[in-house]
Design a protein around this ligand. Structure first.
Ligand SMILES: Cc1cc2nc3c(=O)[nH]c(=O)nc-3n(C[C@H](O)[C@H](O)[C@H](O)COP(=O)(O)OP(=O)(O)OC[C@H]3O[C@@H](n4cnc5c(N)ncnc54)[C@H](O)[C@@H]3O)c2cc1C
Length: 414
């Protein structure tokens, strides 16, 4: 078995590590001429860290990531609503990490190259499409700078891990149409700032969709004053999507700061933190409907190429990591690669489709909406008079179940 992986992002590299561990030969082809630590923050919940632990990556991740202690909810007046202890602090056997996406990608890359060899990742290869016959599948490439054609690469199967703009997805689904706008735009950034709350808290603030903020540290002790690199995301309800999907598109402070100008709390000055950002990026909250099928025959999709979802449940990365385990297990269990890819899709397509739809209908911050609805978006005197702790826990656990990180499910999976 020889696998051609297209894209060296979170999914492609994790798949490489999984296949290598199972003794399946693979090579990754990446469009970027050089892999650089791009992006800002990303969260790895226990269902993802469980998988990364199996790959022996926890020590390397613990060195660069923040081990998150809690996910806490506040209204737009800075009043505390609810806190859910995270990862091991919440009784899971695995931690939750808040991490710079670039740090995560570099941990995966270093581990893969150390185990599979330097030649196992080939950069400067942009995939244009795939073809296949009864005996194998072939990915076709061009040089991203000159657009000159490069030699095609053949394997027993091709796995498309090239993210939201996947040309292989387009090839199989030419009439899919544009991404679906959720009605929210978001601005993301990182700021060197002093620790807040526990120093490792992930915090969701807001009420209605009008404006919400997600904040968490992704690097600890980055200077002599003990500051942290804090990741923040401001999402605002707007009629139109701001731009095309582009993870690296620069954003402007003046486009979102008025919506949160008075969010100055004794535990965090949100507008001041945003104003002090090193970098601001903008991104429309868009996703795509779950597909009726992913690939055909010897070609399949994985990660964002398969199931682009609204980036608000800390699940884009996690679901791509779960895909890798399912695909590897299917390849180990089935001698026939076509049957293996069918089994993989049968397991992962419905599961990820449910997360895509749940992220739309009842996102992980449903608690904020419910409290805002019950208080008329006003400050409260006592949260117990607004909503019971059982109701809060039920809202919180509903999302965990669909995304696959409720306690019972993870325990049962061993
Ligand atoms: C530059 C960048 C920054 C990001 N920043 C964040 C962030 O800050 N926070 C967050 O939550 N998520 C971020 N994401 C998305 C996040 O990584 C994914 O949602 C998730 O981890 C799923 O990973 P994936 O492997 O499916 O896709 P990705 O991680 O997006 O990886 C796709 C890879 O495929 C490569 N590629 C694209 N087209 C081709 C092609 N035609 N041929 C070959 N290779 C190709 C890309 O360069 C990339 O390395 C970012 C993605 C990118 C590419």
């Amino acid at each position: 078995m020889n696998v051609v992986i297209v894209g060296a992002g979170i999914g492609g590299l994790t798949l490489g590590l999984r296949l290598h561990r199972a003794g399946i030969a693979c090579r990754i082809y990446e469009a970027a001429p050089e892999l650089k630590p791009l992006g800002v923050g990303i969260n790895l919940l226990p269902h993802a860290t469980k998988e990364l632990a199996e790959l022996g990556l926890l020590p390397a991740l613990e060195e660069v990531a923040v081990t998150t202690t809690e996910i806490a909810y506040f209204n737009r007046f800075g009043q505390f609503i609810y806190s859910d202890p995270s990862g091991r602090f919440g009784g899971y056997d695995w931690p939750q990490f808040s991490i710079h996406r670039g740090d995560l990608q570099m941990v995966l890359l270093r581990a893969f190259v150390a185990r599979a060899g330097r030649d196992a990742v080939v950069t400067g290869h942009r995939c244009r499409g795939v073809s296949q016959d009864a005996d194998g599948a072939t990915a076709h490439f061009e040089d991203p700078a000159s657009q000159a054609q490069l030699p095609s690469r053949r394997g027993d199967i091709v796995v498309a891990c090239e993210g939201i703009h996947s040309p292989i997805r387009k090839q199989f689904h030419p009439d899919e149409g544009p991404p679906r706008y959720s009605g929210l735009n978001m601005w993301r950034g990182v700021t060197r700032w002093k620790p807040f709350l526990s120093g490792a808290s992930m915090v969701r603030i807001g009420g209605t969709e009008a404006a919400k903020v997600l904040v968490y540290p992704i690097r600890l002790n980055i200077d002599a004053e003990g500051r942290q690199l804090i990741n923040w995301v401001v999402s605002i309800e707007q009629e139109r999507a701001i731009a095309q999907r582009d993870w690296s598109r620069k954003g402007r402070l003046e486009d979102f700061i008025p919506a949160i100008a008075d969010w100055t709390f004794d535990w965090l000055d949100v507008p001041a933190m945003c104003r002090a950002a090193d970098e601001i990026l903008e991104y429309p909250m868009v996703d795509q409907d779950p597909l009726p099928f992913w690939g055909e025959g010897r070609v399949t999709l994985l990660g964002d190429a398969a199931h682009p979802m609204l980036p608000r449940g800390a699940n884009g990365g996690a679901q791509s990591i779960l895909d890798c385990t399912a695909l590897t297990n299917a390849l180990v269990a089935n001698a026939d690669p076509v049957a293996a890819l069918k089994a993989y899709e049968a397991e992962r397509r419905p599961a990820t489709g449910r997360v895509v739809l749940r992220n739309r209908a009842e996102p992980p911050d449903a608690i904020l909406h419910e409290v805002s609805r019950r208080t008329g978006d006003k400050p409260f005197t006592r949260i117990e008079d607004v909503i019971s702790s059982e109701e809060l826990a039920a809202l919180n656990n509903g999302y965990k179940r669909v995304a696959g990180f409720d306690h019972d499910r993870l325990r049962a999976a061993g």
